[in-house]
Design a protein around this ligand. Structure first.
Ligand SMILES: Cc1cc2nc3c(=O)[nH]c(=O)nc-3n(C[C@H](O)[C@H](O)[C@H](O)COP(=O)(O)OP(=O)(O)OC[C@H]3O[C@@H](n4cnc5c(N)ncnc54)[C@H](O)[C@@H]3O)c2cc1C
Length: 410
């Protein structure tokens, strides 16, 4: 029987501790917060999108190629179906939404029920849980870690150490990302933390548009105004006080921040899915078919009214009819529908991302065991690794599966 410390009581750490204890090891889970699973409790807006429905292959396909290759062995060891089976056994009922996202049945505290299920299995397996304990360092000489250091200077020795300390976003939930710095010093390669799945601030924000949604179109990231397309995501955006949020904004936040740092980011929203030429042709046709239609009403077929009001005021367009459209205004109307300008993004905040990209580089870890290559008794799992999936339950599944393998291999 070995002694094992698991650091971090989130999705990955709880699963790792449970599995290691089931193997007969003496396991202690150390968590900085006063309670376990703080991020799990706020995930999915408190409803907790536990995982994604579908085959393992399909779930993996939503990650980048490199991440999918790394996650494949662990996703097969502890699948999305396995996660749900565990929760069902512990009395958490779940359902699948039309878009494949799996949630606990809507009840007050449904995310807390998921945490409680993991607490129960850990307790039965004999895991000792210590909350309110922040680890501040690791001590060891290659190839073995010898001890953890706590804030009060106490050294805790063990046979193996599992780090499941999460990323660096939402620092108020306990995840400050400092562990990456210790690992670098131990020779485990890491990448700087970067924001992902975060709202995007806009340089020219529209506070009065807060709450307005652009729907059923495509958010585009371009190399400057009118420039080459860098990336695009088809879904809704929602205006916030200082920028945009909503599914398309979250998905493009990572690439937007990368492009912004290189000084070449520009955002626009395509309502129509049509090229400028196609939309211009459509508008000219409408001019002959419907000459008395006001230009503003035509635009409102795509663009929400509160937004067209602002555009109209800014452009000093009176009650213009389609039959009177000067060519310049016609091309502006087409532009607003096919590439509504959102403009330059501001700094995408790392701390507001649903996940943090960056962290431990995947080549530094054995995908079949989660063991750090250069250390015999150091295992790494969850968001601490350079894994960031899209919205949809993928990130929790990655934490559960990598935590499972770390616990099994410790
Ligand atoms: C607002 C929000 C909504 C989200 N919604 C979803 C969703 O619906 N579905 C989904 O799949 N993903 C969602 N995510 C992402 C998902 O929650 C994370 O990817 C996942 O929780 C990561 O699990 P983890 O165990 O690796 O890290 P965490 O759950 O973050 O756990 C890490 C734990 O380690 C502790 N810790 C850190 N450093 C130390 C230390 N030095 N000493 C002791 N303890 C330490 C922290 O306090 C923390 O509790 C959401 C994230 C956020 C922020």
């Amino acid at each position: 029987m070995a002694s094992i410390f698991v650091v971090g009581g989130g999705a990955a750490g709880m699963v790792a501790a449970w599995r290691a204890a089931l193997k007969g090891h003496r396991v202690t889970l150390l968590e900085a917060n006063q309670r376990l699973g703080v991020k799990l409790r706020i995930s999915g807006g408190g409803k907790c999108n536990i995982t994604h429905d579908g085959s393992v292959k399909a779930v993996l396909a939503s990650f980048s190629k490199e991440q999918a290759r790394f996650l494949k062995p662990s996703f097969h060891c502890f699948t999305n179906a396995d996660v749900l089976e565990l929760l069902h056994r512990e009395g958490v009922e779940t359902y699948v939404r039309d878009n494949g996202r799996v949630f606990p049945l809507d009840r007050p505290g449904s995310a807390a029920a998921v945490v409680a299920a993991f607490e129960k299995v850990m307790q039965r397996a004999g895991v000792q849980v210590r909350t309110g304990v922040r680890v501040v360092g690791l001590q060891g000489r290659s190839p073995r870690i010898e001890a953890l250091r706590l804030e009060d200077g106490t050294l805790l020795k063990a046979d193996a150490f599992i780090l499941a300390t999460g990323g660096a976003s939402y620092p108020e939930t306990g995840t400050r990302g400092e562990v990456a710095g210790w690992l670098e010093k131990l020779g485990v390669a890491t990448l700087p933390w970067r924001p992902a799945l975060a709202p995007i601030p806009l340089k020219a924000s529209h506070p009065t548009w807060e709450g307005i949604a652009f729907r059923n179109g495509t958010l585009r990231l371009l190399e400057g105004e009118g420039g080459r397309r860098i990336s695009a995501f088809s879904d809704d955006i929602i205006f916030t006080k200082n920028g945009i949020s909503g599914p398309a904004a979250l998905e493009l936040s990572g690439p937007t921040e990368c492009a912004r740092r290189q000084g070449r980011a520009w955002l626009s929203y395509d309502f129509s899915g049509k090229s400028e030429a196609e939309m211009d042709f459509e508008l000219q046709h409408e001019q002959t078919q419907n000459p008395h239609l006001s230009a503003k009403n035509w635009l409102q077929r795509w663009v929400p009214e509160r937004v067209t009001d602002t555009v109209w005021r800014a452009e000093v367009l009176a009650d213009l009819r389609l039959k009177q459209l000067p060519k310049g205004i016609r091309s502006k109307l087409v532009g607003w529908v096919t590439a509504f300008p959102l403009g330059l993004p501001g700094v995408v905040p790392l701390e507001r991302g649903e996940v943090a990209a960056g962290g431990v580089v995947l080549e530094a870890v054995d995908a079949r065991t989660m063991r750090a290559h250069s250390w015999e008794n150091l295992l790494l799992c969850g968001e601490l690794l350079d894994v960031d999936g899209p919205v949809g339950g993928y990130n929790l599944q990655a934490a559960f599966s990598t935590g499972f393998v770390a616990g099994e291999s410790a």
